[in-house]
Every structure is written in C-alpha cells, then in structure tokens.
Write a protein that binds this ligand. Structure first.
Ligand SMILES: [Zn+2]
Length: 198
C-alpha cells in the first residue's frame, strides 16, 4: 500500500468526505474511528441484553416458579408487572432483595412470597402498579383504608367536581379498580375534616 495515493472516501461514522491514503480507510479521523468502535460495542451490549431478556421472557412460567433465586426480570415476569415496578417494590422496602454483584439484584422466592402474605390487600390493577409507592407513602394499601369517590361525597357532602378538584390540587393518589376510583381515607379525612359532617 503506497502512502502517496490519495483517495476520496466517505467516513462511515460522520458521513463526511475525506482524503484517505488507502482504499480501505473507513473513518475520516481517529475521533470517528473510536466513536464508531464505541457505538459498535454499545450495540453489541444492547443486543446481548435484549437476547437475555428474550431468553428469560421465553422461559416457561412453571420453570420460574420452581426457582429459589430470581432476577428482577424473572420476578417481573412471575408477578406480571414491569421491571421498573419490581425495582420500586425493592426501593420502597416492600420486597427484600440482595445485590450480589454490581447491577445484579437477586430476589429470594420466599421473600417474594412474603410480599403476598401480608395482611389482606386488594389486588391493584397492573396498569397502576406504578402508583404503589405513592400508596405506601399514603399509608393505604387496603381498600378498607380507602373511600370511593361516592363515599367521600356522601360523607362530606361535596360535589364530584369539588372533590375531583381537591384530589387534583393536593395530588391525592387515586386508584381505579373496576368501576370505582379509590382514594386513601387518611388523606381525604385530613383534607376535609375541617368541615365535619356526620
Ligand atoms: Zn468522520
């Protein structure tokens, strides 16, 4: 390969035209070269991670049920919610978990079961699991600790619009379940107890 030749080439990273000394040079600069290398490496990692997720997703649920130790992905699959939901359960202390390695969180099956053997709790629709944290903060995890919208209206004799505005203004966590929307008694009572009504 002669170093005297000059070839016009297109950089495969930035797309700019550049003068190369060989016909096989792919990048215009060292910078593009290393950027392309990093991008390729990153893509490889993403692919590997996606493959892993696919593998876990494809794992029969029956097989997961027999496992003593579970990854976050496996837990999410087992209980049918997102990984993010599992992390929020862990972060709020609801679900015990161990970091055996950096970025490797393991949940024991018995700890997962523990989550479901707590005092009777109504199942929360999957779509609202993300609000679990707010509910824990509000101290309301049982439907018995909640009012329906109608119950609040009856108790405090206010219109639905007034109540909805109050809920919005105070960012009261609201959970929809079937036909009903539930709000934590503790919060509502605190907000409305100024106007006692029996
Ligand atoms: Zn370039």
């Amino acid at each position: 390969m002669s170093s005297n030749i000059k070839v016009q080439r297109i950089c495969q990273h930035c797309g700019n035209e550049f003068t190369a000394r060989t016909t096989t040079t792919m990048y215009c600069s060292h910078r593009c070269n290393s950027a392309a290398y990093k991008a390729k490496k990153r893509a490889g990692k993403v692919e590997e991670s996606n493959k892993h997720t696919q593998r876990v997703k494809a794992q029969p649920i029956e097989e997961l049920k027999t496992k003593e130790f579970l990854s976050v992905t496996q837990v999410s699959k087992l209980i049918g919610c997102s990984r993010q939901n599992v992390y929020s359960l862990i972060n709020t202390g609801k679900l015990k978990a161990t970091n055996i390695l950096l970025k490797k969180t393991i949940v024991r099956r018995c700890d997962l079961d523990e989550l479901f053997t707590e005092p009777i709790r109504s199942p929360i629709p999957q779509t609202q699991v993300q609000e679990i944290k707010e509910w824990i903060d509000a101290g309301a995890f049982d439907i018995a600790d909640c009012y329906t919208i109608t119950e609040v209206q009856d108790k405090y004799n206010i219109s639905e619009t007034t109540l909805q505005n109050l809920i919005k203004r105070h960012e009261v966590p609201k959970i929809k379940k079937g036909w009903y929307a539930y709000v934590p008694k503790a919060i509502i009572d605190k907000l409305l107890s100024k106007t006692p009504k029996s």
